[in-house]
Design a protein around this ligand. Structure first.
Ligand code: SF4
Length: 173
């Protein structure tokens, strides 16, 4: 089961070929799962980071996930993230339009809290993907009906279900 650890917010560059630990913000796993089912992301400002995370999972079904509050492994390659001498709510040296929009910050903060509550986890916890996937299936089967904003909504449900099946098969083979 999940083991607690202080949240790692160091801005390190992960090597996708050898990744043993993926750092994710709690509102991001639904997107990762949906993208995994499609073999990656073809467009959007999170494409590079998302594809690196999907590739890390493809290369290592035993990978672990750490839940972080700050910019994560997807944000790290986001086209919208920029260096900032004053930093932002999610990073000491970077900012992005979402971090500067109080409505988005509030919704993401709430989404993170709700997802962590659903999973029975906290920031800094580390869980293997093998354990996280069945937990997501059990506790967050329908992202639209969950009422949680910022995790993809009803429009992504089909891709999420397809991704759940694909990633569950991948981590249990
Ligand atoms: S817009 Fe900001 S919060 Fe969203 S993925 Fe990019 S860096 Fe992360």
């Amino acid at each position: 089961m999940a083991r607690p650890r202080p949240a790692s917010c160091a801005e390190e560059e992960p090597d996708a070929a050898k990744v043993r630990l993926i750092r994710l913000r709690p509102y991001h796993p639904t997107y990762v799962i949906a993208c995994f089912g499609e073999g990656g992301s073809k467009k959007g400002y999170t494409r590079v980071g998302m594809n690196r995370v999907v590739q890390a999972i493809q290369n290592n079904p035993d990978v672990e996930v750490e839940f972080v509050e700050c910019y994560d492994d997807i944000c790290q390659y986001c086209e919208r993230r920029k260096p900032s001498p004053t930093g932002s709510v999610w990073g000491r040296h970077h900012t992005c339009p979402s971090a500067e929009d109080p409505v988005v910050v509030k919704e993401v903060t709430e989404a993170n809290r709700q997802v962590l509550n659903l999973l029975g986890m906290q920031f800094g916890a580390i869980i293997s993907l093998k354990e996280l996937v069945p937990l997501m299936r059990e506790r967050l089967p329908d992202i639209g009906k969950s009422g949680i904003k910022q995790i993809g909504g009803a429009g992504m449900q089909g891709r999420y279900e397809k991704g759940l099946k694909a990633i569950a098969a991948h981590v249990t083979r």
